[in-house]
Design a protein around this ligand. Structure first.
Ligand SMILES: NC(=O)c1ccc[n+]([C@@H]2O[C@H](COP(=O)([O-])OP(=O)(O)OC[C@H]3O[C@@H](n4cnc5c(N)ncnc54)[C@H](OP(=O)(O)O)[C@@H]3O)[C@@H](O)[C@H]2O)c1
Length: 447
């Protein structure tokens, strides 16, 4: 069943209803006519529906006032988002009703039909059709989702990997819908100057995600700092030579935001004005944090000097279903918890879902008014609370019931969502991220 007929079917069966403050309505879609974005109301599916089984993950909507046949109407434009979060562009539906009478669906079918066509044209354009973009470090956890969503939105993706002949790094990318026609793999290394020149050539946007993610290192300068710092400057150096590039979106990290020695008490709200302090990171031997801090600092300095438009996305601890066959560091935390460990870490994490991170990167490019840094954290939770949540979702799993030490639990601070909300980011609930991560790890036989 096509998504459009599915929506019609749901509506007919009265399974779709209008509700205030709808939880399920998480996609954003500014209206093409008046530019209105999502506000307090939305469309939701009845809680009794087999929502996931139907392949629907979100419904997006926009509304505007329009005069049709002399009557003032509110036009609701619905976008159905399928599966793992990509906008299903061709499935737009316009539902209109006169604002001065009761809801009457399809009352002005012909006018609505022409709006559908117009909206479809607009959506296809805004969804990246015929746009060429580059993703560095494409085989990584976050980048794999980014490539998948970009392809689903119609972009042509030039993706860099260190070794295009390594099937473990590329097979999953090549299996994505649209990959055959619109994914091009390139070999590039962060440490090789000029390595990215041929890749970024002809692109409108470069998403720079490649950077080593290691929390312990015997040679931090070579293993972390050089690839992060030199790598970022190499990529930006290639971008500055190319006229077609409108914006560079850099995957920075909360590691470049919160490590400044300030105590994280319960009343603290971290926001984009926070910067990690390189001297503090060095003193505490926080090498990954230092690598991300120096890389972001250098990127802003370079952008200012050369006059290029950059944005940094600063995610917290990213979890969610991995697309790549190998395990990455942050998902490993969840695997350890469900895989028979007796003790959980006495630590507080700033969680965010990988699909929200990939989506935020795309929104940062697509939204012309986006600028600066965006802290991306869905929920701050102590590990003990994560274990509790996992127990509620998977009561049969053998989960740790002791903390690794008997120190008091660190208090839970907050991270501001204000800026990411202006970008249109809607956060996946932590319960959903945990459930999807564990199920994906099980499917991939990690435990
Ligand atoms: N996961 C998180 O919680 C999190 C949070 C905030 C920010 N980030 C940032 O997000 C980005 C991606 O992280 P991830 O979690 O997706 O990690 P990941 O799966 O380990 O991906 C890291 C990517 O960087 C590439 N890379 C490393 N060194 C390289 C080099 N010298 N030359 C070229 N490519 C190199 C890797 O390529 P290979 O596959 O060839 O090794 C890999 O594709 C990083 O910038 C990271 O700092 C991650």
């Amino acid at each position: 069943m096509s998504t459009r007929s599915m929506v019609k079917f749901l509506w007919k069966k009265r399974m779709l209803f209008f509700c205030e403050a709808a939880e399920a309505c998480t996609n954003d879609m500014a209206c093409g006519k008046c530019g209105l974005g999502p506000s307090q109301a939305g469309w939701a599916l009845s809680g009794t529906l087999p929502f996931e089984a139907l392949g629907l993950s979100h419904l997006g909507w926009a509304s505007c006032l329009d005069r049709i046949d002399g009557l003032l109407h509110r036009i609701w434009t619905m976008t159905v988002v399928v599966g793992d979060g990509a906008v299903f562009c061709s499935a737009m539906m316009v539902i209109d009703y006169p604002v001065d009478s009761d809801v009457s669906l399809h009352r002005h079918k012909h006018s609505a039909q022409s709006l559908i066509t117009r909206e479809n044209q607009r959506t296809r354009m805004s969804c990246g059709e015929s746009k060429v973009v580059c993703v560095t470090g494409a085989s990584g956890f976050i980048a794999s989702w980014l490539v998948k969503l970009l392809l689903q939105r119609g972009y042509t993706v030039k993706a860099t990997v260190r070794d295009p002949n390594d099937q473990k790094k590329t097979e999953h990318l090549l299996s994505f819908d649209g990959a055959k026609e619109r994914l091009h793999l390139f070999e590039a290394d962060l440490l090789e100057e000029g390595s990215f020149d041929p890749v970024v050539d002809g692109c409108e946007c470069v998403f720079h995600t490649a950077s080593p993610v290691l929390l312990s290192s015997t040679n931090p300068q070579a293993e972390l700092i050089e690839p992060a710092l030199k790598g970022t400057l190499n990529v930006l150096g290639s971008c500055v030579k190319v006229q077609s590039i409108k914006r560079v979106v850099i995957t920075s990290s909360m590691a470049a935001v919160r490590f400044n020695g300030k105590p994280l008490t319960a009343d603290v709200i971290i926001d984009e004005s926070w910067f990690s302090d390189p001297a503090f990171c060095e003193k505490e031997k926080l090498w990954y944090m230092l690598s991300k801090t120096l890389a972001e600092e250098a990127a802003w300095k370079f952008a200012k000097e050369k006059g290029i438009d950059i944005i940094t996305i600063n995610p917290g601890w990213v979890i969610g279903p991995p697309l790549q066959p190998t395990l990455n560091l942050t998902v490993e935390l969840v695997l350890k918890l469900v895989n028979g460990t007796e003790k959980f870490p006495n630590d507080t994490y700033r969680f965010v879902d990988v699909r929200d991170v990939a989506n935020a990167h795309i929104l940062a490019f697509e939204n012309p008014s986006a600028s600066g840094r965006y802290c991306l954290v869905g929920k701050v939770k102590h590990c003990s609370e994560v274990v509790k949540m996992l127990h509620e979702i998977f009561p049969a799993l053998n989960l740790p019931d002791k903390c690794e030490d008997d120190k008091p639990f660190t208090p839970t601070h907050q991270v501001s969502k204000e800026r990411t909300q202006t970008l249109g980011v809607k956060y996946t609930p932590l319960e959903v991220s945990l459930k999807d991560t564990v199920e994906s790890l099980k499917d991939k036989n990690f435990f």
